[in-house]
Structures are given as C-alpha cells and as structure tokens.
Design a protein around this ligand. Structure first.
Ligand code: GN1
Ligand code: MG
Length: 386
C-alpha cells in the first residue's frame, strides 16, 4: 500500500511539465548532453531541498530513454569539478565491483552520468548554473518512513556501499570541507556563542552548558584519528532512507544522492542514519516528550550494516558504533544551535525559534541515546563478539 502511495506521489509531481528553470529553457540545457527533449517531456522530480531535479524523456529517433537532470546547488557544493570527480570515481568503482561479482543488471545498481558534447565533462556550466544528467532508473521507489524491515535492508545497503568503496585507491576530496568534523563544528559553535550576533546567547545558556559539558566526548573520533587508531574511509555522509531506491518487492536497487560522498569516519553513515530514522519524534518536534531513540530500528539497522560492513571494520570501529549515534545527535544539536545563534543563516526556518526547537529536539534524542548506550553495546557484542 505504501508503494502505491509513493507511486501516486511521484505521478502527481510529474504532472506539471516544466520547460524552464531560472528563466532558462531546459531543452537547451539537455542538448549539451546530446539529448533532444520537448518542453513537456521535462518534469519536476522528487522533493530535494538542495538541488533542483527534473525527469527528462528523450524524443530522439530510436531513443526513448529517460534521464534525470539536476541543477547543482553550487552555494553548498562550491567546487563542482571536484564534486563530480568524486562521484565519477565512486560510481565507476561500484560498477566495476558489481560487474566483477557478476551481479544481474549492474547498470541499475549504480548511477550513470552523461558527458557533455562540448567539454566531455559530466556537468555543463552555462555561465551561472551547473547542470548534470544521469540515467533514470525505472521501476524504483523511494521511501520516507522507516520500519524495522527497511531499516535492516537500508543497513545492508549502506554497509555494502562502504564495503565496495573500501578499496578505492584514488584520494577523494571533501565536497563540503570539514562537513562532519566535530572539532570544526564546535569551533563554529563557540564563535557563534562569543560573537552572539543575534543577541540570543543569554536566553539559551542552559543548553549551551549541557552541550559544552559533552564536547570532549563528542570529539573522541578526531582524537583517535590523530593517535592513528581510527581510519577515515569513503562514506556516503547523507544516509537517509530516502537516499535509497527500492524495487516493488522492497529490495534495494541503488544508493543515490552522492554529493556528500567523501572521506569520513564510518560513524557518519551509521550515526546519521540512526539520528534521523530511529527518532520516535520529529527532527523539529516541539514536544520533546515524543522524542526517543527507537531500539528496534537500531537493532535492525545495526544487524544489516554489520552483515555487509563487518568484514572490513576494525574492532575499534565496531565497538564505537553506539558512540556514532551519540556523536550525530550531538553534532546536529550543535549545528542547529549555532545557526540559531547566528540568526538563522544556514537552515531554512519556518518560525523564529525553529532552530532552537530543532536543537532541543536533537538534545532530547541525545539524552535518550545516552540512556541506551549499554543496551546498544550489548547488542553489537552479541552480533559480532566485539
Ligand atoms: C541538511 O536538508 P538535508 O536533509 O539534505 C544537511 C545535513 C543535516 C540535515 C539536518 C549539506 O540535509 O547535514 O543533517 O540538513 N546537509 C547539508 O536536517 O548541510
Ligand atoms: Mg536526498
């Protein structure tokens, strides 16, 4: 039933043909990639907040292929050339691995980007905006909600994604520098507290104190890395359930949304998924009594993740998976509160206290996670004996 709903949602979004973006005719844009499309064969797709996305049906004789066109948000991803280089390396590597394993239909299991005819690059710059095109993977669906079952499948998918990338020899760039660097996020936070540009710091001294109190523990990964005990690996860094394409039977087909793929601690993928998916409340729940850490989702996600990633993780990485959940609730509380103190310049807000409400909800989630660390540790131990 939920697949049917998703399908209806996708169809509704695809109704409105969309010939222009930012006053630019989109069929002119796609022609740089060698694709011919009429205005009404280009439609809005999905509801991403960062990039603008369109579905394009080619009208070329002999080619009724379907593609995805995206305008890349280069205010967030400032170096598009490096961004696309990362994505090309990763998708090529995954495809080679899948081909070597002899999996059925490797072309559907990894994103494929088109090259422009003029520069041969996988993006087109029109003097103002950056565009890219990829092949549309048909008969797949995204899901918004997390159940223990899709948490398990999502865990195996993100674990396998990391596993397939664990032997890449090229060095990838950070498409957003210091994106998941906790020490850097704390520096930004402390700068915001000290400059107090919006005059909001005195009203939130309690939560500032609570977060400061936990700051050393939150930076454990950075310290272990400096001591040479914890590696960085290629991670997805935006592990939401809606960044996975499922088929009609609920099997995982492909991991998408690769903009934030970069070197990070494996905790990024494990922790950020649980931060979003294992919260019984909303990310911005005004009633923190709704917010709790859902252990069923944790158990299923951890099981799936370890089944596919357990083979390459070090014992220390495995042992610290419960810390990963803490780290990301903490990091997001810091990021929301920083934005509140800066006068709401990064995240879109719907009302003046929105970022503070978000920070408080993330802090409530953190408290719940803290109360379950022992239970989580036991579960990981039972799965792996680490
Ligand atoms: C941003 O809007 P969304 O879900 O793509 C942010 C994430 C945060 C998230 C919090 C590039 O992601 O890191 O976890 O908001 N992405 C960026 O809701 O900053
Ligand atoms: Mg997405």
């Amino acid at each position: 039933k939920s697949i049917e709903k998703q399908r209806q949602k996708i169809q509704i979004k695809e109704i409105d043909p969309c010939g222009y973006c930012n006053m630019k005719p989109l069929n002119e844009i796609v022609s740089h990639f060698g694709i011919n499309a009429n205005d009404n064969d280009i439609r809005h797709l999905g509801d991403g907040l960062i990039n603008d996305t369109y579905k394009v049906t080619s009208v070329q004789a002999g080619d009724n292929s379907v593609y995805v066109l995206q305008r890349i948000n280069h205010h967030i991803f400032k170096d598009v050339d490096k961004l696309q280089r990362n994505i090309e390396i990763v998708t090529r590597h995954i495809r080679c691995r899948l081909e070597a394993q002899g999996v059925k239909d490797p072309a559907r299991r990894s994103l494929r980007f088109l090259h422009t005819q003029d520069t041969g690059k996988t993006y087109h710059f029109d003097g103002e905006d950056y565009w890219r095109m990829m092949v549309f993977i048909d008969n797949t669906f995204t899901r918004k909600a997390v159940t223990p079952d899709n948490a398990y499948r999502t865990g195996t998918a993100f674990g396998e994604f990391q596993y397939m990338l664990s032997d890449i020899t090229e060095v990838l760039d950070e498409s957003i520098p210091d994106f998941h660097n906790m020490e850097f996020r704390l520096t930004q936070f402390r700068d915001a507290v000290n400059s107090d540009i919006a005059g909001r710091a005195s009203g939130v001294s309690d939560i500032i104190g609570e977060l400061e109190h936990r700051s050393e523990h939150a930076c454990l990964a950075e310290r272990l890395h400096r001591e040479g005990k914890l590696p960085k690996r290629i991670c997805h860094c935006d592990t939401k359930v809606d960044n996975i394409l499922f088929d009609q039977e609920g099997n995982v087909v492909c991991v998408i949304d690769l903009d934030t793929v970069m070197p990070s601690f494996v905790f990024s993928d494990f922790g950020d998924f649980l931060r979003t998916a294992a919260n019984t409340g909303k990310e911005d729940d005004p009633d923190t009594a709704n917010v709790e850490f859902n252990m069923d989702v944790f158990r299923q996600f951890a099981k799936g993740y370890l089944e596919s990633a357990g083979c390459f993780l070090t014992p220390l990485e495995i042992k610290l998976l419960p810390y990963a959940a803490e780290r990301f609730a903490y990091m997001q509380a810091i990021r929301f509160l920083t934005d509140y103190l800066n006068g709401d310049t990064y995240y879109k807000t719907e009302y003046p206290e929105h970022n503070l409400i978000r920070a408080k909800a993330q802090f409530a989630l953190l408290r719940s996670i803290e109360s379950k660390i022992d239970e989580m540790t036991d579960h990981i131990h039972n799965l792996t004996h680490v």
